[in-house]
Design a binder for this molecule. Structure first.
Ligand SMILES: [Zn+2]
Length: 396
């Protein structure tokens, strides 16, 4: 029984299996029960048995095995099924067909049986072993069927190209305008001394305006710079006058983040120092700048203001870029948007930078790059710039 299960396991749904089942039944019956009474009937019957035997043998060979143990087991199963002394198909055939045959048929049955038995030698395990290949071909073949090979004609996986951050884009636009006017870019440390961040800019410790900057102190003498202005002093010390620079960079304040505040933000600051520099130069330059950045139709408005490091100081507003000055939600119906602070450099600041205020005068301005980017792209929450959300950033 074990032998039969071994063979039927793999092929009970195929036609040859049905054929072998028929053979299995036939060898259990006598020739008389099978209705075989003459030589022609015998030949057909033995041909059928031989065909079944060869079919099973070639099936095993073409199927192969994935290990030597599996091969040996399969060879033994097939050998036992046909050649086992007890209950082998040939033994049953011997018993039911040959021994039980009539005297007339016995010689013919005997010859056919001997021929069949000689043919069955190829079912011996040693003999089969040489034919059945042990390879992993079966698995390779299966794997090839399950996982189709890559289609080399398909387009590859495209890596999306990044783009410059909107704040960087606006910063570069602003830089470009001033570079074309003959300014150069200057940078300085973000961890700054209290001296450069406050004292040298005419903001002494006792001065109430120092409270205007919600400063992040590292220690009593060191801060995260609250504005890019300390670089003004550093540049004056380094280059002297005349001096035409813009100073872009990160600044830090102890602000709670909301739609218009982040603890880190970007400023750009301009400084022009030369002989005979007047407020008219400042107005002309900033008006030119605003028109370059926002369009020729933009008008500028200067209003008095106060900063410790400039005197006089002013706030610059541009005509609303959204409503053209008619009044809208963004400009709060005023028609104007405040965009920067400016003023003539305070003589004390020039002196702190090592420049003689009797010989030289200068102007300075400062603006928030993030706010410009918000205006330019109509973004209503500054925090979006720094949340690294690609869905937001990929729009620019
Ligand atoms: Zn408006």
């Amino acid at each position: 029984m074990a032998a039969r299960r071994g063979i039927c396991r793999g092929g009970s749904r195929t036609a040859p299996a049905q054929l072998t089942m028929i053979i299995d039944e036939k060898v259990r019956k006598t020739l008389a029960e099978l209705g075989v009474t003459d030589a022609a009937g015998l030949d057909a019957l033995f041909a059928e048995v031989r065909a079944a035997m060869e079919q099973e043998r070639s099936e095993l060979i073409s199927r192969g095995a994935t290990s030597e143990a599996e091969r040996d087991e399969r060879c033994k199963d097939l050998r036992d099924r046909w050649l086992a002394r007890k209950n082998g198909l040939l033994s049953m055939l011997d018993e039911h067909w040959l021994k039980a045959s009539s005297k007339e048929l016995k010689p013919t049955v005997g010859r056919s049986f001997n021929t069949l038995r000689q043919a069955a030698v190829t079912l011996e395990v040693d003999c089969l072993r040489r034919e059945v290949q042990v390879t992993e071909v079966q698995y390779v073949k299966l794997a090839a069927e399950l996982v189709p090979p890559p289609d080399l004609t398909l387009p590859g996986n495209r890596r999306p190209l990044g783009s410059l951050h909107p704040v960087t884009q606006v910063q570069r636009e602003i830089e470009e305008i001033f570079l074309n006017l003959g300014f150069r870019i200057e940078t300085g440390p973000e961890i700054e001394s209290v001296y450069y961040n406050f004292d040298a800019l005419n903001i002494p410790e006792s001065h109430p305006s120092r409270d205007d900057w919600d400063t992040l102190y590292i220690d009593a003498k060191t801060v995260l710079r609250t504005h890019t202005s300390p670089v003004q002093i550093r540049a004056m010390e380094k280059y002297g006058a005349p001096l035409y620079i813009i100073i872009p960079g990160k600044c830090y304040r102890h602000d709670n983040p909301d739609a218009s505040h982040t603890p880190m933000f970007h400023q750009i600051e301009g400084l022009a120092i030369d002989k005979d520099i007047t407020f008219a130069d400042l107005k002309g330059t900033l008006d030119f700048f605003a028109k370059k950045l926002f369009g020729e139709k933009i008008r500028t408005r200067f209003q008095p203001s106060f900063f410790p490091f400039t005197e006089p100081s002013g706030e610059v507003a541009i005509s609303c870029i959204f409503c053209g000055g008619e009044g809208c939600r963004v400009c709060k119906e005023s028609g104007w948007i405040e965009v920067m602070g400016c003023g003539m450099v305070h003589p004390l600041v020039l002196r702190n930078g090592g420049i003689d205020p009797e010989k030289y005068t200068g102007w300075a301005f400062g603006l928030g790059i993030d706010r410009y980017a918000m205006l330019k792209y109509d973004i209503n929450d500054i925090q979006l710039f720094f949340q690294s959300d690609v869905r937001f950033l990929k729009q620019f």
